[in-house]
Each structure stands twice: as C-alpha cells, then as structure tokens.
Ligand binder design. Sequence first.
Ligand code: BDP
Length: 314
Amino acid sequence: MGLLALACASAGAQTKLRAWNIHPDGYPVTEAMKRFASLVAQGTGGRYQIEIFSNATLGDQPKAVQMLKAGDIDVAEFSSGPLSDAVPGLKALNLPFLFSDSAHMFKHLDGKLGERFAAKLQAAGFVVVGWYDGGARSFYCASRSVGSFKDLAGARIRVQQSEVYLEMVKLMDATPVALPFKDVLSALEKGEVDCAENNMPSFESTGHYKIAKSVYVTNHVISPEALVVSTKLWSSLSPADKAAFQKAGAESALVMRDLWNKRVASAIETAGKQGVQFVRVKDVAPMVRRLSPLYGKYMSDPSTREELLTIIGN
Ligand code: BDP
C-alpha cells in the first residue's frame, strides 16, 4: 500500500468484508480473489478489507447464494449453475454444447450479453464485478469405463445442486444425484455415485482423479463463473469506491483466466500420470438430439430465449 493510501486508511474507518469461496488455496479462483481483495484495499485507500473464506467454510454453494442475496456475506465467486436457480434468466448459460470454447463464451460475456446478464443479476441482489472461467465440464466415472454416451446410461451421476444439470442427466437415461462439491469424493469412494462431471482443474484439485479413472471428454458445459458483491454492500459504496471495486474485479478476472489455462494443462498432466484414461467424444449430435427437450424448454422460456438466440447466432 502506498503512503497516501496508508494515511487515508489510518484516518478513515475500515470496513471488513467477508468473501465466500468454494475452492482451496492455490486454485485459480482463490488466487484471483486474493488479487481482487488486495486491489480493492489499494483502490479504496485501505478502507475496505476483504477476508476470503475458502473451501466453502461458510456453507455450501446454494446456501451461500442465498446469503449473498440477503447481504449476509459481501463477496462471492459462484458457478452459473447454482446462481441460475436464484436468477432464472441465467439458465441459458448452463445449457450443454452452447459455447464452443472459452473464447466464444467471453466474446459474449465481455460484451453486450454480459451486460444483460449482469443487469438481471443486479436486479436479484448480485452485482457482477468479474466474469471468471468456469471451464469445460466433462463426465468421469469410477466404476465403469466410458467411451460413448451410451456407457453413461443407468449411471448415478453426481451433479451440482442446480436444475438444468438435473434435467440434463435425466434426459441421458442416467440418475442425477445432487451433492455439495465437498461430498463428491467420498460418494465416489463409497460407490454412492458412479460418475460425476466437472472441469479438469476441479477434477484434479478435489482428488476425484484418484478414484475416477475414466474421463469421457465431452466438454458438455462451457459456462462462466461470476465474482459478485451483494447489492446491500453496493448501495453503501460511493461512486469512486464502486469504480474501484469494478476495476479490481475486471483485473482479477484477467488474472483468473490466465491462471486457469495453465491449471487446465497441469491438471490433465497430473491425472494422466496417475493412470487416468481420457476418451474424447467423437460426435455430439446424438446427445444434442437426446437433450432437445431441454433446448425446447429454454427456447420457449421468455426469460432465456433472447440470450440463447444471441449466442446461437454468433
Ligand atoms: C466447480 C465450480 C464450483 C462448483 C463445482 C461443483 O468452480 O463453483 O461448485 O464445480 O461441481 O468447477 O459443485
């Protein structure tokens, strides 16, 4: 902190803020949130100090979404799955095979569409200060080896506690099991679920790769995560402090995306060295056809239709 900032900090009152995070230390989200916290402190002359509570110690994600909405926590980083249950207009972002890759996703989120989603979120209690990368999610199994979508039929598949994910797995003729993130490893170990789905950094950071040795690389959901602050906190900030939070959020998002790409590569390498087998999907068309009721539902839903058409057309 600079001298001037230090002087201001000692002159003015300090506000301590609580930030919810589901990931461990060293994970790209955690490291980017740390950067956010230090940039906010810098940009506000030390008046706002953010403490990061990692590993979901403040509660699981659906609970934290409600806590942030109510202003009981101030900052959080959420996956678009659980977030979309609180803000239905976001459900479009969870549809399988929507974005072709992260570049395609950020082309939209860093532009007009991102502003539209942010406006919907703000109306529901969440102010977006940065779009983080939620990566590309694939299926992986402990008790079976998977080389086609058919191999997933009949499996008990852990999903996020989020409606679109539950609907997706049901349409695959499999059984969705909604579990908090931290409970998935033991569920795989005990055989309570056969499979799960996630991006490669989470597959690795949670240790799922030690149990689930068969990865079917579907990249079925490419979706963003959002760094958000509560509207309660937001309405208490001065225009200059709001700008400092936005700037810190935008910078932290760039840090996150850079760390993310490196972590995807190292996660795949770690898992591969431990004997994990990766089979890439050859043709997603049969699965897209099977999931058509899902697209039909959200295309006819006025809260998601326009966004979906924008993404599909570009
Ligand atoms: C991770 C997301 C995290 C989710 C988790 C999950 O970063 O927000 O809670 O997946 O599957 O990739 O629950």
